[in-house]
Design a protein around this ligand. Structure first.
Ligand SMILES: O=C(CO)COP(=O)(O)O
Length: 244
């Protein structure tokens, strides 16, 4: 019932010369892979990237959006502007924004609300640090982030949650398939905003072609949010091709 989503987060990578990624991906990817595919390039490439993906074989998303709809907010990009570029998704509350830009769960919830108002699907990120995990409080931290970051109004089908343990991001050290499944089951169990069975929960953190199939086996693992391995079109296609 929940279709797998394989999503790439390019972070602060990508220039116009990299737009040929789209054609290279299509050459390498199985067009019949049983999953949805999403790429979140930087704002600067959003419209041009979306213009290459009009067949919707690849959906497009942004990596963040401003909380306000419009106004005097120098440097911000609103959810409506993201939608206007042809994107349908937006990542909110990535740990690199929580840690590097001081974003609180409350700020993340405001952004997710702005995304929903603009007709976008927010991908709300949560995840514990290594210190949290070693202290045995990973589930508590994730629960608190989830309750603080998810708007009250959502049902489950209209948002996506990404579980990204901070210690697994860009480190080459992925969570084990068992640990990922266990946290995803916890997230679904505590989901109090409508239909938990409709909620797609992605795992993110050092997903590569050689561990994707194993991680995606988890009953509550509905896809992956991929950083480094999404920059190479063949590598990302291999992950898409590993979906069963
Ligand atoms: O942060 C991530 C995706 O949002 C994960 O990054 P890596 O796949 O590079 O570990």
């Amino acid at each position: 019932m929940r279709r797998t989503l394989i999503a790439g987060n390019w972070k602060m990578h990508g220039l116009t010369a990299d737009l040929s990624w789209v054609e290279a991906f299509h050459r390498a990817a199985n067009p019949n892979a049983p999953c949805d595919v999403l790429v979140c390039p930087p704002f600067t490439l959003l419209a041009a990237f979306a213009a290459r993906c009009t067949d919707k074989a690849i959906e497009v998303g942004a990596q963040d959006c401003g909380p306000a709809a419009t106004g005097a907010y120098t440097g911000d990009v609103s959810a409506q502007m993201v939608a206007d570029c042809g994107a349908r998704y937006v990542i909110t509350g990535h740990s690199e924004r929580r840690a590097g830009h001081g974003e609180t769960s409350e700020a993340v919830r405001t952004k997710a609300d702005a995304a929903l108002s603009a007709g976008l699907i927010p991908i709300i990120c949560v995840g514990e640090t290594l210190e949290d995990r070693e202290a045995g409080r990973a589930e508590d931290v994730v629960s608190a982030q989830l309750h603080g970051s998810v708007p009250e109004s959502v049902t489950g089908a209209d948002v996506i949650v990404a579980y990204e343990p901070v210690w697994a991001i860009g480190t080459g050290r992925s969570a084990s398939a068992e640990d990922a499944q266990s946290m995803h089951a916890h997230i679904r169990e505590i989901w109090s905003r409508g239909r938990p069975e409709a909620l797609r929960i992605l795992y993110g953190g050092s997903v590569k072609p050689d561990n994707s199939a194993e991680i995606l086996v988890g009953a509550d693992v509905d896809g992956a949010l991929i950083g480094g391995a999404s920059l190479d079109p063949e590598c990302f296609a291999s992950i898409v091709n590993s979906v069963r």
